[in-house]
Design a protein around this ligand. Sequence first.
Ligand code: ADP
Ligand code: ASP
Ligand code: MG
Length: 411
Amino acid sequence: MALIVQKFGGTSVGTVERIEQVAEKVKKFREGGDDIVVVVSAMSGETNRLIDLAKQISEQPVPRELDVMVSTGEQVTIALLAMALIKRGVPAVSYTGNQVRILTDSAHNKARILQIDDQKIRADLKAGRVVVVAGFQGVDEHGNITTLGRGGSDTTGVALAAALKAEECQIYTDVDGVYTTDPRVVPQAQRLDKITFEEMLEMASLGSKVLQIRSVEFAGKYNVPLRVLHSFQEGPGTLITLDEEESMEQPIISGIAFNRDEAKLTIRGVPDIPGVAFKILGPISAANIEVDMIVQNVAHDNTTDFTFTVHRNDYQNALRVLEQTAREIGAREVIGDTKIAKVSIVGVGMRSHAGVASRMFEALAKETINIQMISTSEIKVSVVIEEKYLELAVRALHTAFELDAPTRQGE
Ligand code: ADP
Ligand code: ASP
Ligand code: MG
């Protein structure tokens, strides 16, 4: 008899009918003899609806109060699922994050889990109950409700699996696994049987929202076996593993990630003297704005251009700070662009293959897509391009790296 944590995402609990279907599924597992802890998200669209409500009061809602409100989405689904299980004769009990005591830090809207009290859950499991826990939420040491950031129910699932030393954490969603890229953008994308934690971490941090990045960090750190599966279709899903396969057949690139979440800022005609990068980025970091990619051009006429990207939500703020800096250091001008996208290729196979970046640039050149910025690490290459070419770029790269599913006869 194993202990399994099963997490069901927003679309999988998006209607009462779906919640009944989830209950049927959980019932089958329970009847198979396993101990089950279920984590659920809010019904799809509910978290957005709640955030919109808050924004009708204030463009920047007080983070503590926002958490009190958005956490209610999950409170509804845990109760509905527990009712649906009990109706089927399956003993079940629901808990909010506070009731379990999922202790987090106090960083409202993006809290980190510090500790999980497993006593109550263990006692319920021992008494034969299915335990249904609200995803996405916790409580800080002062008793304030906190939330873990968008997509945070994945992290609740993995953290519970780690705390309970579960056999596996199963993430049930509306796709049947992790694909070579978002199957909504590239219909020829293929499901991966396995992907390493390291690759999944890159994919998640570069924009593949199929798993929240912190859930992958947690799974890697505590070695939690993690699997992504379809909620209502049978299949093996995708296993996120520690080991890099040694097969010769291993593809160079495992996946392509992309995001439209960033904006680009350039400060032109900056005096080319030591300390200038610090003068530009110091005030940005003091304003609590995270910088992603950075490019400084070769100096010309004793001045240089300096470009960096930030999250789009921070764009206006960063622009204001940078304009102030430009006045102080005597730079010529500041320009900004929010219509950019970042496309990244990810794969541990890159370590042992040369020429991966140039193959990427060639594929983009063939589509006459201009590359504005480049950054690389050991297992990824990212480029910033004009947003309107995003889908074309992802498709071209998917084909260039031979990731397209073979088309069947007659298709
Ligand atoms: P849930 O509500 O179950 O948490 P999400 O919407 O957060 O579901 O994540 C599932 C979605 O992630 C899919 O519908 C898919 O469009 C998207 N996605 C993005 N990149 C990938 C990828 N590489 N593989 C699978 N799905 C992906
Ligand atoms: N309901 C939250 C969100 O929409 C958490 C989650 O679904 O994982 O972001
Ligand atoms: Mg999600």
